[in-house]
Design a protein around this ligand. Structure first.
Ligand code: CDP
Length: 224
């Protein structure tokens, strides 16, 4: 793989997508939200009425699944065939089930192959859980974002309120985030883990601009 890549990993709501989008805009490169891809598979599994632990049926569903990002007036949407699923993949039901689906080795292999193919074609900033350790393990620019569960729950609560998703209290969101982190970091295949050569940033202690500038300055400094 010889295109330009930036890898950002971290636990739920650690600020990855907000920062990755802004970095992509500033550097005029493509942003790939790999979490959205795992969420897309989970949505399709739930809609097909398949149990999220039924590996065999889930793997059988993958070859026909057409998940694509589309850029429309500078905003990125995720499509399943011709349907815009950008909002449906953020539902509480998908969020509660995505860690089970993403723990399946065959699901990961399928999506990692797609992600690597995208990165081979264009410069990207990619965020997820295994980008620095697996998907773009040779990337020269790796970041690992952290923030306390309280800070992360408050962020997600605000995002949910803005979208009119009011079914979960702040305390429930914090519990769900802690549980998802536990599942994501203890799974057997490609668990959430900081790559040895990643720069760790506590985004709870920094403004959005500070994080964006830090990422961009690391890239520019090492290119100078
Ligand atoms: O945005 P948020 O922090 O809620 O999570 P996300 O990035 O949308 O990822 C949703 C879920 O997908 C995670 O909790 C992981 O279970 C899974 N995921 C993964 O396993 N590997 C990735 N590279 C990205 C996401």
């Amino acid at each position: 793989m010889n295109t330009f890549t930036i890898a950002i990993d971290g636990p739920a709501s650690s600020g990855k997508s907000t920062i990755a989008k802004l970095v992509a805009q500033k550097l005029n490169i493509t942003y790939i939200d790999t979490g959205a891809m795992y969420r897309g598979v989970t949505l399709a599994v739930l809609r097909a009425g398949i149990d999220v632990t039924d590996e065999e049926k889930i793997l059988a569903l993958l070859p026909a699944l057409r998940l694509n990002f589309r850029l429309i007036e500078e905003v990125q949407y995720l499509y399943l065939d011709d349907e815009d699923i950008s909002e449906s993949i953020r539902s509480v039901e998908v969020t509660e089930n995505v860690s089970a689906v993403s723990a399946i080795e065959g699901v990961r292999q399928h999506l990692v192959t797609t992600q690597q193919a995208i990165a081979a074609e264009q410069p990207v900033v990619m965020d997820g859980r295994d980008i620095g350790t697996v998907v773009l393990k040779d990337s020269p620019y790796k970041f690992f974002f952290v923030a306390s569960p309280k800070v992360r729950a408050q962020r997600r609560y605000k995002e949910n309120m803005a979208k009119g998703l009011t079914s979960q209290t702040l305390a429930e969101i914090e519990q769900a985030i802690i549980e998802r982190d536990r599942l994501d970091s203890t799974r057997i295949h490609s668990p959430l883990k900081k790559a040895d050569d990643a720069i760790e940033l506590d985004t709870g202690e920094m403004t959005i601009d500070e994080v964006v500038n830090r990422v961009i300055s690391e890239v520019k400094n090492s290119q100078a």
